[in-house]
Structure formats: C-alpha cells, structure tokens
Design a protein around this ligand. Sequence first.
Ligand code: GTP
Ligand code: MG
Length: 447
Amino acid sequence: MDGLILFESLKKKLSRTSDKLEEEIIEEAKQEDNLQEETGQKRSFFSFGRKKEEEIDESTLLETSEDVPSETEEEKKSRFWSRSKDDEEESGDEEEKPEEEKKSHFWSRNKDNDESGDEKESEVEEEEKSHFWSRNKDKDKDDSPEGTGGLFSFVREKTISEKHVEDTLWELEMGLLEGDVAMEVATEVVESVKEDLVGRKIKRSSDITEYTFNALRNAVSEIIDIPGKSMTEMIEEKKAQGEPLVVMFVGINGTGKTTTIGKLANYYLKKGYTPVIAASDTFRAGAIEQVTHHADNVGVKIIKHQKGSDPAAVAFDAVEHAKAQGKELVLIDTAGRMQTNTNLMDEMKKIKRVSKPDLVIFVGDALTGNDATQQAVKFNEAIDIDGVILTKADADSKGGASLSIGYVIKKPIMFLGVGQGYDDIREYDAEWMLNQLFSEDEVAVEE
Ligand SMILES: Nc1nc2c(ncn2[C@@H]2O[C@H](COP(=O)(O)OP(=O)(O)OP(=O)(O)O)[C@@H](O)[C@H]2O)c(=O)[nH]1
Ligand SMILES: [Mg+2]
C-alpha cells in the first residue's frame, strides 16, 4: 500500500546493522593493512533487495571504469591469491563456495566481457551501470574511512567471526526490542543472523552488506511465514458443504473489532458473498447502534437483540438465520474485554460454545506493539484463537506486532487494517510484508 509507514523505524535499524558490521570489519582490515580501494559507488543496503526483486542483470554491475585496467578473471584471481596468506587452502575454499556466494562477487565477474573484447558491449554496460547507480545516488553517502565512494576489497580474504558480529547483533537485538518486536522473536532473528553470517568468507566490503541483507531477510521470512488458509478459501469450503463460515471476533476494548467487521462485510459483499452480522456486543452503551450503522452503510443484514441481552443467543440466531437464508458468512461482533476480567472472559467462552464458530479471530491494535502480542497470548490461552487481524497498521511506524504476533502464538495474521474507511483492509501476505521491510522505498537510509 502506497505511503504506508509500517516498518519505517525498523528499516533504519536493519540498515544500521549492515553498516556497523561493515565499519567493524573495515576498521580491523585497515589496522591489518589489508584494505584496497575499489572504484565505483557504494550500493545501499536496500538496493540488495531491489536486485533480488527485479532480477537485475549482474553484468550491469561489472566494474568497467577506465581507472582500472581490464583483467581477465584468471588474472584477477592470481593477483588476489598471490597476495593471500594461505594461498592453496583458501583457493580451495573458493571452489567450494555455494553458487549464491559466487554470484555475489560481481566485481570480479568480467570474464565473459573481457573475452568477448567487444567495445560496443562495454559501452552499453557502462550506460546501464550508470543508470543503476543513479537510482541510488541520493541514498548513498560517502562514509568511507578514506573519503572515497566506500568500496573496498580485502587484500587477504577475511572470514566473519563471532567477535565481528557481537556488538552489531547486540545493537540489532536492542533495536528490534525498541521496535516492539517480542523478545523471543528478537532472539530468534539474532541467532539466525549470527548462524548465517559467522564463517562467511568476504573479499570486499559489499559482500558484508549483501550477506547481512540476505541473513536478515531470511530470518524475518522464517518468522512471518505462518501457514494457514485464507478466509476466502474457508468460505468456499463451507459453502461446498452448504454451510456458512462462522467467524467470531474478540479482543480488548477499542482495537477495531466492530470497524473490521464492517470492512469485512463490505469486502466479502464485493466478492459476491452475502454476509450477516451478529450484534453480540450487548454490553457497551451504543455498541448495537454502532454496528447497525456499519451494516446499513455496507448494506448487509444485522441480527440484534436488546442491550444487555445474552450475546451468545444473538450469535446463535445469526447462525440460524444464515443457514436458513443460504448466506455464506456470519460475522460475530463481541464486546471488548480485558484478558484479566474473568467474568467477561467466561462470557466470551460461552458465545463460542453456543455459536460454534469455525474461526475465532483476535483483533489487535498494531499501535500497542508488544502489548498486542501479549494480549493475543492470553486470549489464545483462554479461547484458542485461530487467526489474527491487526488494525491501525496505517499508523504504525514500528511494525513490531506485525512481525511478532503470528510467530509467538503460532497462528496466522489474516488481514491488516490500514485505515478507517470500509476499503481499508488488506489480506495478509508474508511476501508483501517482507518487501515492505526490505525495499528501498519510503525510507531515509541515513540516520
Ligand atoms: N487508523 C485506523 N483506525 C482504525 C482502524 N480500525 C479501527 N480503527 C479505529 O479505531 C477506533 C475503534 O474502533 P472500533 O471498531 O470501535 O473498536 P472495537 O474493538 O469494536 O471497540 P470496542 O467495541 O469498544 O471494544 C475507531 O475510531 C476506528 O475508526 C484501522 O485499521 N486504522
Ligand atoms: Mg466494538
């Protein structure tokens, strides 16, 4: 969704992780007199994701500057290895490098280019290259120790060690926690990144950025990929059996349950289904009027009783109505309740017993961050929820709850609320989330 600020602050932390590790290793290499400058301009952390998304042809990234005499791959290699400490041992490693790792060494991949010796081709490449770099020109800043474009290779290959990543990962963990990521998720991300990075062989500073980017992206990808069916698939399955899908919404006060029901009624009406709403918040003053207002606006039927009546009976009636009328979806609104209020939690269990929902959905407010995750844990213990909807993602710059909630309770996020209008809801998509977090757009990389 355009203009979404989700993850704005977290993105900076991720970029910082890469920068810090790079600084650390470059500093050490400087002291070891193991650093040589490369020409070209530095790519930003997030442009590594761009490469992946757009499948940028790596040949456009080849070093073809006039300052550097062109060398064949073999010549480059021998120059490199002749200056290396453990020549034989390390060149053996090079052979064993996984394909992905080899691929990343784009600076040394001008073999084909040189062999062809075609001047026109290199002109085209020069052009393509400058196009590529121009996309990053505002984002790259000159932060190299030598005051150049910040591209370095190491005279002797380096290996990322535990010592190199220690401070960086500690900072990352703190950053994640500040970003409202749950403790267990932060720990998992850090462990996974550490495992991925330590032991990696690096020839140039850009390797560090690329490996850090991939390690973080993979770690987050594992966290947010909770398997589950979509609500639409479930409606279709129930429909095939001649039954409505019954969905009950629970959560603490004011998280957006009622608004979300209005949005979903609208969403599924537009998809050609006929939803019915159960006004089972008979507790809060004005609740029945509020949900009736949404039902009227969207144009769906509402089943309601008097204020103070039994919410389970309202839900039961709505299910019977849907069955009798051949409607495909029952959306049960319930009163907001604190997880600590035993009476109200018991009442919620009764609604579930009586209306036998196919899905119990916890509605959490993304803005409350880690609190939303903790509430989900409590509701899950009390009532065994099946999925989550996070609301107010449009106003959430941290994104900690979006990253954590599914992983912590092992239930999928099904939708994200992204505004106050009826159309402001989107089906959750892990790939989309990942791209929000690891794309260059809408983020100032510089601190
Ligand atoms: N920005 C934004 N606001 C939202 C979103 N979803 C709900 N809201 C707002 O949050 C406020 C509370 O929404 P409700 O739907 O009444 O919340 P509720 O959970 O039903 O509240 P209770 O019934 O009192 O427990 C309203 O002002 C909504 O407009 C969203 O995705 N984005
Ligand atoms: Mg409500």
